[in-house]
Design a protein around this ligand. Structure first.
Ligand code: CMC
Length: 379
């Protein structure tokens, strides 16, 4: 059989589907990221996570009335069934919270009698439920593993604010809540990133939405994707003081090791627009909290650029933001998922609506036509 043998490693530059959810482009030497046609900088300045999630799911900005109704629906869906709380209690406390999240989402799927209904209305309902419940799963597991009482969702609080409240047991101040809100907006979607592609591949087989989100969650966890955020804070802790940053970077590069939070498949020589926003947030929070992370991060960024020419990506300064918010290191990736769930579900629905099985080919490079020798003759 003849095959087209041009292979793009890592599918670099391959257009695998059409989407009208988000657009990443380089225009006049600058990176542009838009959700449904709206620039990420405007969304970070003026929108809320709830409004952005609505935009991603429905394709248009909501009216005041629509947004209020959407926010109320999310609030009503926040709490978890007793079985899920039971699961969170039974999982070993050392389980990585991303594994917990993946498992809890799968369990939620097992409880949804309508999980196989893939029409638009049912899919939107499942998306809302997942957007609402993921923060509760993360916060409840953290409270359980640290032996603290559960803090139930507070309907007076917005999405990001309520998450910090459930996690820490105190209503956060306005600046902290807004910082997380903006962070979630910035993480809400990013075209065909690896986890979204995993979700779309699963959706293309007509797997149910929970199965698709489990595929995405597993994919996000890897250190070359969302897992980088946790690795960034581990690196900053190891460096500990700004003046050791350059030496640390040089040693890593000498050993040909990757520096987490740097490099991007699309933003090669241009700054990721999300990084610009997150750097501003990290700077503001570090000043407010008298935190050293931003200063160390800046020295790392200078050294990586000087010695390897790489720019920081979305995971780099978001690690500083989370650290300044007092979020435990292993919750960094789950918070990425908490933002990205809006994009994942929007992409799953887009795939269902105009589906064709995603099934590429591989070029076989192994041996061919070998003679099978029965075990008794192989010695
Ligand atoms: N540290 C050191 N060298 C790097 C890094 C890095 N973080 N990233 C890329 N390079 C080098 C790589 O070694 C190669 O160099 P050379 O040409 O000398 O061999 C060159 O840059 C091109 O790298 P690549 O592996 O071909 O790039 P890619 O598009 O396949 O990989 C990436 C993109 C994000 C996986 C990679 O940059 C990386 O491993 N970064 C660190 C992990 C990370 O921060 N991931 C988060 C990605 S952004 C948000 C997200 O998806 O969550």
């Amino acid at each position: 059989m003849k095959m087209n043998v041009e292979i793009k490693e890592g599918l670099e530059g391959i257009i695998a589907c059409k989407t009208s959810i988000s657009r990443v482009d380089i225009e006049d030497g600058k990176a542009v990221l838009e959700y449904r046609g709206y620039n990420i900088h405007d969304l970070a300045r003026y929108s809320t996570y709830e409004e952005t999630a609505y935009l991603l799911l429905f394709g248009e900005l909501p009216t005041k009335k629509e947004l209020k109704a959407f926010e109320e629906e999310l609030k009503d869906l926040r709490d978890l069934p007793a079985q899920i709380i039971g699961l969170l209690t039974h999982l070993p406390p050392f389980t990585h919270p991303m594994v917990v999240l993946r498992t809890a989402i799968s369990y939620l799927g097992s409880m949804d009698k309508e999980k196989h209904f893939m029409d638009y209305e049912h899919s939107i309902q499942k998306a809302k439920s997942l957007i609402a419940k993921i923060p509760t799963i993360i916060a409840y597991f953290h409270r359980i593993r640290t032996g603290q009482n559960l803090v139930h969702p507070n309907p007076d609080l917005g999405h990001a604010e309520n998450f910090l409240y459930m996690l820490k047991g105190e209503v956060p101040d306005r600046i902290e809540a807004r910082a997380l809100d903006v962070d979630l907006i910035l993480h809400a979607d990013h075209e065909l990133n690896a986890s979204t592609f995993a979700a779309r591949i699963a959706a293309s087989t007509l797997a149910d939405m929970y199965a698709c989100v489990v595929a995405a969650t597993g994919t996000l966890m890897g250190p070359l994707h969302g897992g980088a955020a946790q690795k960034v804070i581990e690196m900053l802790r190891e460096i500990a003081v700004p003046w050791r940053a350059e030496e640390y970077v040089l040693k890593k590069l000498e050993r040909k090791e990757r520096i987490m939070g740097f490099g991007h498949r699309i933003y090669r020589n241009v700054m990721d627009p999300r990084t610009i926003e997150l750097r501003n947030l990290a700077k503001k929070l570090a000043k407010m909290k008298d935190s050293k992370w931003f200063e160390i991060a800046e020295e790392v960024a200078k050294a990586v650029y000087k010695h390897k020419g790489l720019l920081p990506n979305v995971d780099f300064y978001s690690a500083c933001v989370y650290a300044c918010l007092g979020i435990p290191d292993d919750l960094f990736i789950p918070i990425f998922a908490m933002g990205r769930i809006a994009g994942w579900t929007a992409h799953i629905i887009e795939q269902y609506v105009n589906n064709r099985l995603i099934r590429p080919r591989a070029l076989y490079i192994g041996e061919k036509g070998k003679k099978y020798i029965p075990l008794r003759e192989r010695g």
